[in-house]
Design a protein around this ligand. Structure first.
Ligand SMILES: Nc1nc2c(c(=O)[nH]1)N[C@H]1C(S)=C(S)[C@@H](COP(=O)(O)O)O[C@H]1N2
Ligand SMILES: [Mo]
Length: 232
């Protein structure tokens, strides 16, 4: 039977969910994986910490598909955690400096990865801070202890191992981790916003050959890390 599941333009389903990213992150791992601790800075009057159990917010679960810009998609992932709009409205906004007009947020990860997103897209109901996948705590592969899930945006806007969130009034000072053309401001999957400066479909052909070697590289480094952890 053919797969009739409808995927966004240029995406192909794969049947396992690989550990993935820019190759320079393959051998970088988080150091703090047992409990959540996210520093919030920028807009808040005093630096605040989002701690394990996210300061009492309701937990939610959602089923969503995950789309990497390099063209692979994994469908039907069940994430558990907290709605980001709730995190913002109930925890961050009340602690914010009234004069500070947050327009963007940068997310900083334990492995040095970072992204920028406009606040309005982070308020979508399917954007989460997720700490479980298919009912289990997030492993090292997929973002322990907590990651951002923004299913309408390519995987690169879904940072793993989040340790700090910074509220910003402008996008001018943010420095992307990749080449600037690869860091699309919104990276929406439905509009194939893969990168800046050329149509999205063109990048399908540039990125697709990177999928297999990147998965292999990340797998190898994960095995190496786990092996070393066992030796200690
Ligand atoms: N901290 C961190 N987050 C990251 C990355 C990374 O290298 N480090 N890679 C991004 C990219 S390009 C993708 S496709 C997804 C992959 O998520 P996965 O490893 O859970 O499949 O994570 C995103 N978030
Ligand atoms: Mo990606």
């Amino acid at each position: 039977m053919t797969n009739t599941y409808l995927l966004p333009p240029g995406q192909k389903a794969i049947n396992h969910f690989p550990r993935f990213g820019l190759s320079q992150y393959a051998a970088r791992f988080p150091t703090e994986t047992d409990s959540i601790s996210i520093q919030v800075s920028g807009c808040v009057q005093q630096d605040m910490t989002l701690a394990e159990n996210l300061n009492g917010l309701d937990r939610v679960e959602q089923l969503s598909d995950f789309h990497c810009v390099t063209t692979w998609s994994k469908t039907g992932l069940r994430w558990g955690g907290y709605r980001f709009s709730e995190v913002y409205e109930k925890l961050i906004k009340p602690a914010a400096e009234p004069s500070m007009q947050t327009q963007f947020m940068s997310f900083h990860a334990q492995d040095g990865y970072r992204i920028l997103m406009p606040l309005e897209y982070l308020m979508a109901p399917d954007v989460m801070l997720a700490d479980t996948l298919d009912g289990e705590p997030l492993g090292i592969e997929h973002g322990a202890p907590v990651r951002l899930i923004a299913p309408s945006h390519y995987g690169y806007k879904n940072p793993k191992h989040v340790k700090r969130i910074n509220c910003l009034t402008t996008d001018r000072n943010f420095k992307p981790v990749s080449f600037r053309f690869m860091a699309h401001p919104t990276a929406r999957v439905a509009y194939e916003e893969r990168a800046i400066g050329a149509p999205g479909w063109l990048f399908r052909y540039l990125y697709r050959p990177l999928v297999a070697p990147t998965i292999k590289r990340f797998d190898k480094e994960t095995r190496r890390m786990k092996h070393e952890a066992l030796q200690e």
